[in-house]
Design a protein around this ligand. Sequence first.
Ligand code: SAH
Length: 577
Amino acid sequence: MTSPAIVILGASALALARRVQARYPGSQVHGLAERVEADVRYTELGVHLRELYARGTPIVALCAAGIVIRCVAPLLANKGVEPPVLALAEDGSAVVPLLGGLAGVNAMAREIATMLDIAPAITTSGELRFGTCVLNPPHGYALADLAQGKRFVSDLLAGEATRIEGNASWLDDASLPRAQSARLAIRVTPFITVGGPDDLLIHPRSVVAAVGTASDVAAGATIAEHIVSALEAHKLARSSLAMLLAPLDRIGDAAFADAARTLDVPLRFAEPGTSGSTDESEEIHHRLLATALHVPHDVLHHSGSPIALAVAAAPVDTAHIGQARGRLTVIGIGPGCAELMVPAARDALAEATDILGYATYVKMAGPFRDDQQVHRSDNREELQRARHAFELASAGRAAVVVSSGDPGVFAMAAAVLEALETSGNPRWAAVELNIVPGVSAAMATAAQAGAPLGHDFCMLSLSDNLKPWSIIEARLRHAAEADLVMAFYNPTSHARPWQLDRALDIVRAYRAPATRVVLGRDIGRPGGALTTTTLGKLRASDVDMRTMVIVGSSTTRGFARDGEREWVYTPRWYGQP
Ligand code: SAH
């Protein structure tokens, strides 16, 4: 299940919200921006709740049930997604499941109630009578048909009894009216059975589809189509399919990824192992199952088919069969505050098993869950960190490398690509690599000042750690001569004491003393400060390594009205307005 959003309106609910958060790994506390510092900040409750609801995110709202109902009401007519929605009293005295009966809202209400030592306000009649929601089987099982399920429950509520066929151990403690001779039956089976029309059919996710090589798959049909027809041929339900298993050397093959996406199941890979015989039954898909599936199972296979289906006795634990295709995502956290981190970066962090980066940035990207591994390193160990990330990802982990600002601007993305290009390791090449952009320091600083980057500009790093100083000087001369606005990253440091003065001398040879300069220090971070000055007044001592320096062009201007703040901008025209 997706982790819930724990939504609060003010600081008084924060402590309880954190307790709920601890119960649900991966969950985040969402707080009203003007009132409370939370993991995610929103500005309008109604808009935010509707957005979460529409995305199918479970919601635990620490506010009045009425408020929550009114907020999501406009979306209720559409029966598409219905995530669990609960209202929790801010003092922890009541928990009310509101929506999402089939998505486990009552189970969540019970979990939260147990934690708080209160009674959940459960109102679902089937649930009250039988002590469980028969239509909401546990993880690893799927209800075959909801409409039929609802009829089944109303029959039970009307007084009928049921048999249970197959293993439904989660119903052992339920107070269901049972009788061996009952007309109704709950059937737990991966097969599309010929049971009665009124039976409640529940499919365990116990089928593993092993696929040989993509080229084994006959032309004209996709892997997914082959799997669906193999399932049909053996009268197996589609929702019994737990996962696809493919040979490890096909880990980067898009055809397998497409199939898994189409069938909406995990895709994992294993070494097929070697077979002693040349027997036809020792094809790759059989050998895959033999090496990777460590629970007793039957193999169903039509000769000549590129697919073998293994049926286990119970739902299979997909996380322990073979390995996933690893992922490496390079993200930028933005200048430092939560609002300026893009949602794709946040999603990558939520899905990460491992987070790597310079300790300061990793700290800004957190907090992390207990099940996430954090690998902090020194700022200079970029290539080593990139290699470590590939090692983790190629072993099937989801690694996220954290940069400040944008990862492609004087940061980790280039180091990661360099590590990949120079390695020649095919397993690294098979990793799913993504780079998520971020708000770079120049953009964040410019936005606070107004629009100094409104016309042509360049970004330069003044650090001569990785390039000769002569190159920096040459570029400064050219940029100054071209009348580009310049954004200086890494303007100075203790180890580079004279360079900034030298750089400013070069720029002053081409630009007037009245040229606008914007200094952004720790923008988006606590204690952040924005200063506007001129090239003539600027001193190197006004700048440190946490400062972004933007030097305007000849057209960059500033104005203030009636003693209010100054805005700095570079008009979009040049020469003639
Ligand atoms: N990838 C980062 C830049 C890394 S280089 C980005 O896109 O922003 C580090 C330099 O960026 C620092 O020396 C400083 O000049 C600038 N910088 C980074 N974060 C900043 C912030 N929050 N405020 C001002 N300058 C910042």
